[in-house]
Design a protein around this ligand. Structure first.
Ligand code: ADP
Length: 161
């Protein structure tokens, strides 16, 4: 069984992430979508909220498990016998950091963990979680770019302020 890990902060999950996950599902038997727990970095949405959004938006994909991880991604991958990490590649800026991450995971896992990058499709190539948070801060409409569960939560957060 070919398994892969798709790690990210998913703060929050966007339609760009979903597009990558749906495509990765065609390449692998099982995908672990893993939200990172960044000690020292305060996320916009709590881990519980991010996991809820992931589970709700990915429930149409039977070969996806949603999980979280407090360790290095390569350690999570080794623990789950999922020897490939999936990453999404939007622009040249992503290339540099993704290349660094690939080398880090490859070296530290003694060459056991490889990385596959999938290019963002055109409608999502300028979409990032940070952009969503910025639009949300100005009370803009994010509903075209995120699943409904996220758009609703952002609207609720804005109404409460
Ligand atoms: P971001 O980089 O937006 O904060 P994450 O850290 O959650 O998001 O990213 C997880 C992975 O998803 C990274 O490899 C990132 O490059 C990729 N990704 C993020 N947004 C998109 C998108 N719109 N299209 C394709 N890949 C994306």
């Amino acid at each position: 069984m070919k398994k892969a890990v798709y790690p990210g902060s998913f703060d929050p999950i966007t339609n760009g992430h979903i597009n990558i996950i749906e495509r990765a599902c065609k390449l692998f038997d099982h995908i672990y979508v893993v939200a990172s727990v960044n000690i020292g970095k305060q996320p916009f949405f709590s881990l519980e909220e991010r996991l809820y959004f992931l589970k709700e938006s990915l429930k149409h994909l039977p070969n996806v498990t949603v999980d979280y991880n407090e360790k290095f991604v390569y350690q999570y991958a080794l623990d789950h016998q999922a020897y490939t990490i999936i990453r999404g590649m939007r622009t040249l800026t992503d290339y540099q950091s993704e290349n660094q991450l690939f080398n880090f995971n490859y070296e530290l896992s003694n060459g056991k963990i490889d990385t596959i990058a999938l290019f963002a499709d055109i409608p999502h190539s300028f979409l990032a979680s940070s952009v969503i948070k910025e639009i949300a801060a100005f009370k803009g409409d994010v509903s075209k770019h995120v699943p409904k569960v996220v758009a609703d939560a952002i609207m609720k957060k804005n109404e409460a302020q």
